[in-house]
Design a protein. Structure first.
Length: 216
């Protein structure tokens, strides 16, 4: 007769004992350990990433957590570390990578309500200038935006209309040095104008703070 693989095991058994039973084909042990870690998902996350894991969408966090758990269950080497220590180490790395990507994405969100200088209180957003299907990371959108401000006589004073011609030529393929020569702009003057332009463009990008308050 073949050896039974569905022997009873105590729900209080250690993680390592359950892993051994799982490797022996015990499905009950697998269920016990999976449920144990699922029920403690917030406990483990708070231990390894207390200030960041809640930045994730709860569904995305749950999915990531369980993927890490399954990988650890399959790759854990008995006797090297406690299973919990191994799992939390893997979870910490996975959360750090996921949150880093999330923060980077949020930093790329465009600030779409930029007040315009002038005598009136008119507003112009990038949505008014940029096509809905245009890549928000395309430098042309900032040039288009500034050119629109120029046509409306609302280009900030620190931005020279000449720098827009310079940037336009660069976007079309010329180096800045080639664009300077074509427009007869001294290099030092061009550098000053580009510095002001880039500062203005950076102001259009909303950079969310990393130290987001974690609500209880």
């Amino acid at each position: 007769m073949g050896e039974r693989r569905d022997m009873e095991i105590s729900p209080m058994a250690s993680d390592e004992a359950l892993i051994i039973s799982i490797r022996q084909g015990n499905e009950e042990a697998q269920s016990i350990l999976a449920i144990r870690y699922y029920q403690k998902r917030f406990f483990h996350a708070a231990r390894v990433a207390p200030n960041t894991y809640r930045l994730m969408d709860p569904c995305d966090f749950g999915s990531l957590y369980f993927r890490v758990y399954l990988a650890c269950e399959n790759h854990y080497l008995l006797g090297e570390f406690r299973f919990q220590s191994y799992f939390e180490s893997c979870l910490k790395r996975a959360l750090a990578k996921e949150v880093e990507e999330l923060i980077a994405e949020r930093r790329r969100i465009l600030s779409l309500d930029t007040p315009l200088p002038g005598n009136d209180n008119s507003m112009l957003s990038l949505h008014d200038v940029v096509a809905a299907d245009q890549n928000p990371h395309d430098p042309k959108i900032y040039l288009n935006y500034c050119e629109t401000l120029e046509r409306l006589s609302k280009l900030p004073r620190q931005i020279s209309p000449r720098v827009l011609r310079l940037v336009d030529l660069h976007v079309k393929g010329l180096t800045y040095r080639e664009a300077e020569k074509r427009l007869h702009i001294p290099s030092r003057t061009a550098k000053t104008m580009l510095t002001a332009y880039r500062k203005f463009v950076r102001g259009l990008i909303k950079k969310e703070r990393v130290d987001i308050l974690i609500r209880p």
